[in-house]
Design a protein around this ligand. Structure first.
Ligand SMILES: NC(=O)c1ccc[n+]([C@@H]2O[C@H](COP(=O)([O-])OP(=O)(O)OC[C@H]3O[C@@H](n4cnc5c(N)ncnc54)[C@H](OP(=O)(O)O)[C@@H]3O)[C@@H](O)[C@H]2O)c1
Length: 241
């Protein structure tokens, strides 16, 4: 019997890519699922295939919709905030609407969902929260206006929560994947090192969720390189630029 068996997980951003593969992986381990994203038809199709799954479609950028979803979902054991969006944006081609939309889903969406759920979890003294960040949150990368900073903000949020939730019975972890082949990375035209299948990335997220460790970065050695950049002098990082 797995540690997920019979437990209820709410996956936000479950209709595509990593979230969809994660729902399938948790379902195989006996978890009951609440699946959220905007695409209600896609979620309904998943619920038809997965046992013990129900759909609660909503948009994380709409606070009233978040509040309605929280009321509809009711009790759960764990929450995965996986909703995310990305468009490659260069500083020279700044698109304000796109940049704001990325922040609104990747970071402000988490603020809305967590703000409406965490106080009740603390009151109950239980709950398991997983935030899906990105290795791109560790260092400003080219053509990632808003995406990198939204993920840096999410990592910082998780770190603050890790301090504040100590002793409450509620756990928080941050999981930072590298490149995964999904509709988001299909927008990239550059070579993506150690590109993973969503199923591979989902298995790694499941492993992270079964451990007590706060932070999981993968895949190594790409994750080591991304973290090492912070320790290099700027003259090396921005050489020739
Ligand atoms: N792909 C990568 O290389 C990579 C690397 C590191 C981290 N990540 C992170 O992993 C997560 C999943 O990414 P992915 O690559 O699997 O992308 P994806 O296939 O586009 O999936 C994103 C999910 O978020 C949902 N979503 C987007 N906007 C939403 C909104 N406003 N309200 C509710 N749900 C919303 C989408 O569903 P709907 O469109 O139906 O709403 C979808 O289920 C993201 O947080 C991403 O930043 C991805």
């Amino acid at each position: 019997m797995s540690s997920f068996d019979g437990k209820t997980y709410w996956i936000i951003g479950a209709s595509e890519g990593l979230g969809r593969a994660l729902a399938e992986a948790l379902s195989r381990r006996g978890a009951h699922l609440i699946l959220s994203a905007r695409n209600a038809a896609r979620l309904a199709e998943m619920c038809y295939k997965l046992p013990n799954a129900r759909a609660v479609p909503f948009d994380v950028t709409d606070l009233n919709a978040v509040r309605r979803a929280v009321a509809e979902v009711g009790a759960f054991d764990g929450l995965v905030y996986n909703a995310g969006t990305y468009d490659p944006i260069n500083t020279a081609d700044w698109n304000t609407e796109s940049a704001l939309a990325i922040c609104d889903v990747n970071y402000s969406g988490a603020i809305r969902v967590l703000g409406e759920t965490v106080p009740a979890l603390i009151h109950e003294g239980r709950g398991d929260i997983t935030l899906i960040g990105s290795l791109a949150g560790y260092h400003g990368l080219p053509n990632a206006i808003s995406y990198g900073s939204s993920k840096a903000a999410l990592i910082s949020l998780a770190e603050t929560m890790r301090h504040d939730l100590s002793g409450t019975g509620v756990t928080v972890r941050i999981v930072n994947p590298g490149f995964i082949k999904t509709r988001l990375t299909d927008k990239n035209s550059f070579n993506m090192p150690m590109l993973m299948a969503p199923e591979d990335a989902a298995d790694r997220v499941v492993r992270a969720m079964s451990r007590r460790r706060f932070r999981t970065d993968f895949p190594a050695p790409f994750s080591w390189v991304m973290r090492l950049i912070d320790y290099l002098p700027d003259i090396l990082v921005y050489r020739g630029k």
